[in-house]
Design a protein around this ligand. Structure first.
Ligand SMILES: Nc1ncnc2c1ncn2[C@@H]1O[C@H](COP(=O)(O)OP(=O)(O)OP(=O)(O)O)[C@@H](O)[C@H]1O
Ligand SMILES: [Mg+2]
Length: 287
């Protein structure tokens, strides 16, 4: 479904340098009201072309981790590298490195006065792509995410789910080598979410993009990912990393297969273990 959109063939995986690397990453938020230790000692390597899902209870630091990777938030300790280059030099991010990233967050963050087409094509405009090529690409991407026919609409004329799909199209506009996604499908209805999961799988495999995907849904993580990283509650630490040993392409019906169910069960077990450790330690936070 997506082949026609892709100018470049999948990159051969570079097995020597991880595409993304976090080494001993810490994050402490400080304000006048005090400090919050959000992440502690995160070590993680993601290979080029790999799809990694991050799961964990609300407030365990998933968004914080993604924002640090994306160059939006400096860590208070440790190293973050992309393609072997530091994302952060002190509190300053490396613009060239982060320009290879496509980002999709919980909120679509569209410009309300731009049409959907102009929102989707904005990264191309910033890179000096001519108007004709921008328009053609925006139309392809709108078709891909099910927004064909809404190119001239304004964001306020779309549903929340449609706006989020526009944000996904925008993130894909520059053929990013790394896609960082924070619960991008959380606002979608179940049927659309299923379809977006299939499409994302297809996009990831065709482009060879490295994906880090945050979700509250363990089945969604298992459906999409090569590896699932389970974070423990605050301060977020890596509780476990589970390989998803399921052939691709995966169909939605894979959720009835024993290997799928076993992986889901093992991740749920990890979450429950953390909850048991935490019981009595603070308010219940839902996954
Ligand atoms: N800007 C901030 N200033 C202070 N504390 C923050 C800030 N952003 C997040 N936190 C705290 O850091 C911790 C981790 O937050 P984060 O948003 O990363 O969690 P999350 O795992 O993404 O949660 P959710 O699943 O609800 O989106 C929380 O305790 C939160 O209160
Ligand atoms: Mg979050």
């Amino acid at each position: 479904m997506t082949d026609h959109l892709l100018a470049t063939p999948p990159a051969a995986a570079d097995t020597t340098t991880p595409e993304l690397e976090l080494a001993a990453v810490d994050k402490v938020y400080s304000s006048r009201r005090g400090t919050t230790e959000a992440l502690r000692g995160i070590d993680l390597q993601v290979a080029a072309g790999e799809f990694v899902a991050l799961v964990g209870r609300s407030g365990c630091g998933k968004t914080t981790l993604l924002r640090i990777l994306a160059g939006l938030l400096p860590p208070t300790g440790g190293e973050v590298r992309a393609g072997g280059r530091p994302v952060w030099r002190g509190a300053r991010r490396d613009e060239e490195t982060v320009s290879r990233f496509g980002l999709v967050f919980q909120e679509p963050n569209l410009f309300p006065w731009f049409t959907i087409e102009d929102n989707v094509a904005l990264p191309l405009k910033l890179r000096g792509v001519d108007r004709h090529a921008r328009r053609a690409r925006a139309h392809e991407l709108c078709d891909l995410v099910g927004l064909g026919g809404f190119e001239k609409s304004l964001p306020r004329e779309l549903s929340g789910g449609m706006r989020q799909r526009a944000a996904i199209a925008r993130a894909l506009s520059c053929d990013p080598s790394v896609l960082l996604m924070d619960e991008p499908f959380g606002a979608l209805d179940a049927l659309t979410r299923d379809r977006m999961n299939l499409e994302l799988q297809s996009i990831a495999s065709t482009t060879g993009a490295t994906v880090v995907f945050v979700t509250h849904s363990i089945p969604e993580a298992v459906f999409l990912a090569d590896r699932v990283v389970l974070l423990s509650p605050r301060p977020g630490r890596i509780h476990s990393v589970v390989d998803v040993d399921l052939a691709r392409p995966r169909e939605l019906e894979i959720d009835v297969e024993p290997a799928f169910r076993e992986t889901v069960r093992s991740l749920r077990g990890g979450l429950d273990e953390e909850d048991t450790k935490r019981s009595g330690a603070g308010p219940w936070e839902e996954a």
